[in-house]
Write a protein that binds this ligand. Structure first.
Ligand code: PLP
Length: 384
């Protein structure tokens, strides 16, 4: 058994400050958590609207379980597709302004399924270099030719698209980059799609619920509406529950139902989750106050951290990374905050490029201005 070899690889990772380990929360997701027995003020969840513990969601989940049981018991194409799934799909499609939608178990699986179903070995996938790992894995699994373009570099993408004259072309991008917080230039990407007859897969894991009127997401934010766009969003971040969906033209959705392997060959999510998500969608629609408060907190944080030795990355979203650079320094800062009762995750390679380790600060509508001031104060202490 190659245990010694596995251990040596882990030891090597540890020596580089790259070993990953989990911490156990003893309380529900919120800005105030107890981790391994100690209380912290936390800035690392993706629960941007503070809905994960909302009493109406918890009640809808309980009621959903009463009515529909704990598990779906089968895949969607067998006998696991329930009325709440179906109703949620219809409401999600209408909410984001697409003809049809399909639920997936997770965003990771949705990306794998969409890319693999839409392109194959005679086709080409174009991907931003800072895309989420699930999009990177999806393009490898699809067996299409792969072209990665520099982050946001539309000129390079234009050239790469122009070099290929066969097969389908699919551009895949995060809408809000998960480790950077900046937005993809979606209008420019769509223009390139039109010019080169390509499709665009938009991963809106961090925009859905937060951006656009009523939180309808990045497409609404940019006022984009095109049959070329396949939209994916997750339901475990701002929506506060679990899962993901793809919204697109009906023919695309029918193709996914037939060909997306991560849809076909897996058990449906518990219908009670869809019951909770129907409630979440109502809270998202009514969430203007939450979104306005979140914007306020983002502005306060950026003002407060503008004079630190480490730059805040250019982001207008709830993801506000502080670029530290060196792995060990990022860990040290995260550790220093922890000693002060504050929890912020240090993000290191390979999740982000070499020499760009960072503190990934995320804000939630459930934070207060006092919380933000506490974080700003602690970072100033550590900078001295
Ligand atoms: C979180 C995330 C995913 C994966 O979604 P899950 O539902 O957590 O599997 C996909 N893409 C991006 C950009 C993400 O941030």
């Amino acid at each position: 058994m190659p245990f010694a070899q596995l251990q040596a690889e882990l030891d090597e990772r540890a020596a580089q400050g790259l070993l990953r380990a989990r911490r156990t929360l003893d309380t529900p997701q919120s800005p105030r958590i107890v981790v391994d027995g100690k209380p912290y003020l936390a800035f690392c969840s993706n629960d941007y609207l503070g809905l994960a513990c909302h009493p109406q969601l918890v009640a809808a989940l309980q009621q959903g379980a009463q009515q529909w049981g704990a598990g779906a018991g089968a895949a969607h194409l067998v006998s696991g597709h329930f009325a709440p799934h179906h109703q949620l799909e219809a409401q999600l499609a209408a909410f984001v302004g697409k003809p049809a939608a399909l639920l997936f178990s997770t965003g990771y699986m949705a990306n794998l399924g969409v890319v693999q179903a839409l392109v194959g070995k005679d086709d080409t996938v174009y991907a931003d270099k800072l895309n989420h790992a699930s999009l990177n894995d999806a393009m490898l699994l699809s067996r299409a030719a792969l072209k990665r373009y520099r982050h946001g570099d539309m000129e390079q993408l234009d050239q790469l698209l122009g070099k290929v004259n066969q097969g389908r072309k699919l551009i895949i991008t995060d809408a809000v980059f998960s480790m950077d917080g900046d937005l993809a230039p979606l209008p420019e990407l769509l223009a390139l799609c039109e010019r080169h007859d390509a499709w665009l897969l938009v991963d809106d894991a961090h925009g859905f619920g937060v951006l656009g009127e009523q939180g309808r997401g990045s497409l609404v934010h940019f006022k984009l509406d095109s049959p070329r766009i396949v939209y994916m969003a997750t339901l475990g971040k701002a929506a506060g529950v679990f899962g993901a969906f793809v919204a697109a033209e009906q023919v695309v959705i029918d193709t996914l139902i037939n060909h997306a392997r991560s849809y076909v060959y897996t058990t449906a999510t518990p219908p009670a989750l869809s019951a909770a998500l129907l409630q979440s969608l109502q809270l998202i629609k009514q969430g203007d106050d939450r979104r306005a408060h979140l914007q306020q907190l983002i502005a306060r944080l950026r003002e407060g951290l503008s004079d630190l030795p480490w730059p805040l990355m250019p982001s207008a979203t709830a993801i506000q990374p502080l670029l530290v650079g060196e792995n060990k320094m990022a860990l040290q800062l995260s550790e220093g905050l922890r000693e002060r009762g504050i929890w912020v995750a240090a993000i290191r390679p390979p999740t982000v490029p070499q020499d760009t380790a960072r503190l990934r600060i995320t804000l939630s509508a459930s934070h207060t201005e006092v919380d933000v001031r506490q974080l700003v104060g602690a970072l100033h202490e550590l900078a001295c």
